[in-house]
Design a binder for this molecule. Structure first.
Ligand code: FES
Ligand SMILES: [Fe+2]
Length: 371
């Protein structure tokens, strides 16, 4: 029996919801390289994984490149306005086509100058007209299945996942009042932290650490004691972090934001690895991808109900995000060291309001890996 299979079995208690005291998972869940390979195949190739906010590529020809479990990806808005996720691998001899991010009319592979339109169609292939039987129509960039939800761009690598939106309908009553659809992308950044991807997902989604880890940054706004769990499923989990009475109104907010939504944020995770906070004023999101068993790639950003990224409220909010991210990074990079200990015995999770979201995440993992 491989270690990965034993780790999988330790998720079994989570297949049935609400069965007594929940415990944390054993260290190898986060540190075993063979288990990461299982996760790549059974989760990251099969599920909907968020790559960013559609507002990051607001104009025709806007694009960015990324990767997911080793697949080079090109995320691009076409002249037709559609957002596509294309394989960023040339259909000639397989080189990488586009680099970085920007705006382009044509994506030209630098190796032999094959050129692709923003919908992936091959339009230039030097000398290939001399090759009998060659047809450009057969050699476009491979499209991956793509879905936009709440203006976020999701990809499903194996093309077989059931549609995402119907699975997330239960979230809508809790998040639609924030009017996220009218918030524009104002900031993005990319980071790599030395921790397992699941440590970051769990950390973003639990309110237990807010007061202890973020004593001077978040505790004065969203203390642990005011966290309230929302119902989760095997597709998502969520909680509300209510603002302390001393916290001034967090502006600018949408004119249609109901009064009760001016006093809390709703944090949710679309499993496996898209974590979001809708606050009264800004959206903070993190697209999380495993880079190695002890390394996580993070594409994160902020969206707001403002006219431009230069609005005066943006910089202070991004500064707050940078401050609490630095505090989380420090904790998660020591956490993975503790999880590598052979002496670690998993402890009980805290009350539902502050760590019930972690039990929901384990239940998602159990559900997918049991298939
Ligand atoms: S590999 Fe891209 S043009 Fe040859
Ligand atoms: Fe945190």
């Amino acid at each position: 029996m491989s270690d990965a299979a034993a780790i999988r079995r330790s998720l079994d208690p989570y297949l049935a919801a609400g069965t007594g005291m929940a415990h944390a998972m054993p260290g190898p869940f986060y540190t075993d390289p063979a288990f990461l390979e299982v996760e790549k195949e059974a989760i990251f190739r099969r599920e909907w994984v968020c790559l960013g906010h559609a507002g990051e590529i607001a104009n025709p020809g806007d694009y960015f490149t990324t990767e997911l479990v080793g697949e080079p990806l090109l995320v691009v808005r076409g002249r037709d306005g559609a957002v596509r996720v294309l394989s960023n691998v040339c259909r000639h001899r397989g080189n990488i086509v586009a680099q970085g991010k920007g705006n382009a009319r044509l994506f030209s592979c630098a190796y032999h100058a094959w050129g692709y339109k923003d919908d992936g169609a091959l339009v230039a292939a030097p000398l290939m007209d001399k090759v009998a039987g060659f047809d450009k129509a057969d050699c476009g960039l491979i499209p991956f299945r793509t879905e936009l939800w709440q203006n976020f761009v999701f990809v499903n690598l194996d093309g077989k996942a059931s549609p995402l939106a119907p699975r997330l309908e239960g979230l809508l009553p809790h998040i639609e009042p924030f009017q996220h659809q009218d918030r524009i992308s104002v900031f993005t950044a990319d980071d790599v932290w030395a921790t397992n991807w699941k440590c970051l997902v769990e950390n973003f989604m639990e309110g237990y650490h807010l007061s202890a880890t973020h004593l001077r940054t978040l505790h004065p706004i969203t203390p642990t004691a005011l966290c309230r769990k929302l119902p989760g499923t095997v597709d998502y989990t969520a909680y509300e972090s209510h603002y302390s009475p001393e916290t001034p109104e967090r502006t600018p907010y949408h004119p249609n934001l109901p009064a009760e939504y001016r006093r809390h944020s709703t944090l949710f995770c679309v499993f496996p690895s898209f974590v979001v906070s809708y606050a009264s004023h800004f959206t903070l999101y993190m697209c999380i991808r495993p880079k190695g068993v002890g390394e996580v790639a993070i594409h994160w950003g902020v969206a707001g109900y403002v006219d431009s990224a230069e609005a005066p409220e943006v910089a202070p909010y991004v500064a707050l995000c940078n401050a609490f991210n630095a505090e989380d990074k420090e904790k998660l990079e020591t956490l993975i060291q503790g999880l590598r200990s052979a002496a670690y015995v998993p402890g009980p999770l805290g009350p539902d309001d502050v760590e019930g979201t972690i039990a929901d995440f384990y239940r998602f993992m159990a559900d997918r890996l049991a298939r």
